[in-house]
Design a protein around this ligand. Sequence first.
Ligand code: 5GP
Length: 181
Amino acid sequence: MESTGNYELDHIMLTREAVRERVSEIAASISDEYRGEELIFTGVLKGAVIFMSDLVRSIDLSVDTRMDFIAVSSYGNEATSSGAVKLIKDMDTNIEGKNVIMVEDIMDTGLTLSYLREMLAARGPATFKTCVLLEKPDRKKIDSTMDYTGFAIPDKFVVGYGLDYAGKWRNLPDIWCVTKR
Ligand code: 5GP
């Protein structure tokens, strides 16, 4: 994916209805697993905001649900391939001894998520799981799998439902493929 050039919306890959249905299925599984316990959802800004806000509203009220956020940015091209990310905003919560689910919009190579997972898991949470809305199996460079995945998608650049292109299109209710104009 080039970082310059003009892209336009091509077609819808996942409708809002499909996303809504899958999000409530994931929420039901999480609710079953954490009933009666405290659970801290940690969203990776900014892409995960919309997914996470829908997800937490579908979590059963018997789960003591908390929200926190972390913000990262990739280093230059070379460092991106190592998955090293710069921490822009850390969590406010001390997660030692807590149940944590890290929430991301999309896993491409998986390097960002595995870097973050290592960083947060080192803080000694009681349990640590990962939840990603989209994953691109063809692009995956890491071995580990996510605990909760919404959809496996083909190697296409997508926007909408929190995902952007150069800051645009996060607010689209459906998930779209973009194409070069
Ligand atoms: P990874 O470290 O898994 O290769 O990169 C993950 C990050 O790349 C995501 O958090 C997201 O910011 C960006 N990314 C990867 N694929 C896409 C895509 O199809 N659409 C958008 N909007 N961002 C993507």
